[in-house]
Ligand binder design. Structure first.
Ligand code: PLP
Ligand code: TYF
Length: 390
């Protein structure tokens, strides 16, 4: 039965961690998978998360099932944080808890596949390697469009819109809400407005992926483009991950919001989301979402979480500024935001850095900025230097 299956490639990002673990050099550097790291290279549990977990441990008196939509209070308080209390009450919006941002993307993909099976999903290149498979596995066609211009290390809006001109009404456009993975580049507010108008006049449905909220320019600034989009578009989807900004990665915390054209359509959508979730995971894991709910409902914890997030963001942007100042070819990194940057290096360069210096990054040249160390950033740029354009 199974022998006819074709061999599947391993996840290139997750595979890097195992390689790194096997390297015993004391100054080795893990710039692979996208998790926040402190100056020691650790990914600690946040203070506010530990405190919320302690409170849960004391108070929680049942593990009985919740509904297929997860914890409604988690979704409600997260909506207040992400969308603002007013928009959270919009009857055209419906939201449910999902296993991470991945679960939100997959649930949205299944919804789209049921509603419009012949829709094409348009995704900019490069992107997170799981985007296309998530939509394809749901049975949708995927087409890639240009997004990034490596020669300028910036968005190529003209190329993006030229490619999207081939989209048909009802097609879906995946947009990174902030902190683009892997390039770190951002559409300016004016460019974002153009993309939104383009979608609106051509009847395209935006699907925003917001996985790094608060890690770019701050909680408000990072979500502002998404809010403008929801304001302007009749229909849209938003996949949200709490796994980076609450440091809950393995606990799998996320939510999907769908904006329908009318309150009636949102109600219809909600029923479908529940039915689809039931057939995929029945109900999402509770623990991480309960932690987030606890933090968002307790003002002391919430303020502490915001302060911790601010520190994480400060570390990332401080490392960006330091990198940018050390080599002209790295200057654009100072203007970019989020966890990642794409270095102008070849896979052979990446292999040489790994073998010769114990520097681990994706073959694409993507680095996790948070994996760098302030104390050794000069050395990193020296070792990288020979491979960079003059
Ligand atoms: N979207 C992007 C762009 C990501 O980088 C990630 C990272 O994991 C996700 C979605 C998925 O997040 P989660 O771990 O919550 O599934
Ligand atoms: O891009 C990253 O590194 C993060 C983490 O299959 C990740 O988004 C990587 C690969 C994967 C799941 C999560």
């Amino acid at each position: 039965l199974f022998d006819g299956l074709t061999r599947q490639p391993a996840d290139p990002l997750l595979g890097l961690t195992a390689l790194f673990e096997a390297d015993r050099r004391p100054d080795r550097l893990d710039l692979g998978v996208g998790v926040f790291r402190d100056e020691q290279g650790a990914t600690p549990i946040m203070r506010s998360v530990k405190a919320a977990e302690g409170r849960l441990l004391e108070r929680q008196d049942t593990k009985a099932y919740l509904g297929t939509e997860g914890d409604p209070l988690f979704v409600r308080y997260l909506a207040d944080l992400v969308l603002g209390p007013e928009r959270a009450d919009d009857p055209r919006l419906t939201g449910i808890q999902t296993p991470g941002g991945t679960g939100a993307l997959r649930l949205g993909a299944e919804l789209l596949a049921g509603a419009r099976p012949d829709a094409t999903v348009w995704i900019g290149t490069p992107t997170w390697p799981n985007h296309a498979p998530i939509f394809r596995q749901a049975g949708l066609s995927v087409r890639m469009h240009r997004f990034f211009d490596p020669s300028r290390s910036d968005v190529d809006l003209d190329a993006m819109l030229a490619d999207l001109a081939n989209a048909r009404p009802g097609d879906v456009v995946v947009l990174h809400g902030c902190c683009h993975n892997p390039t770190g580049v951002t559409l300016t507010a004016a460019q974002w407005a153009l993309v939104v108008r383009f979608c609106s006049t051509r009847g395209l449905v935006p699907f925003v992926d917001l996985a790094y909220h608060g890690l770019g320019d701050g909680l408000e600034a990072d979500v502002a483009p998404t809010l403008a989009l929801l304001e302007a578009m009749p229909e849209a989807l938003l996949a949200y991950s709490c796994d980076k900004n609450f440091g809950l990665y393995r606990d799998r915390v996320g939510a999907l919001w769908v904006q329908g054209a009318t309150p009636g359509s949102a109600t219809l959508v909600r029923g479908h989301l529940q039915a689809l979730a039931r057939s995929m995971w029945s109900m999402p894991p509770d623990h991480g979402a309960a932690i987030v709910r606890e933090i968002l409902t307790e003002s002391v914890l919430k303020e502490d979480w915001k302060a911790e997030l601010e520190t994480m963001r400060g570390r990332i942007n401080g490392l960006r500024a330091a990198l940018a100042a050390l080599h002209p070819a790295l200057a654009p990194i100072g203007r970019q935001r989020g966890m990642f940057a794409l270095l102008p290096v070849t896979p052979a360069n990446v292999a040489a850095l790994r073998v010769d210096h114990g520097i681990y990054m994706a073959d694409s040249g993507r680095i996790n900025i948070a994996g760098l160390r302030t104390a050794s950033i000069d050395r990193f740029v020296k070792q990288l230097g020979p491979f960079l354009p003059a």
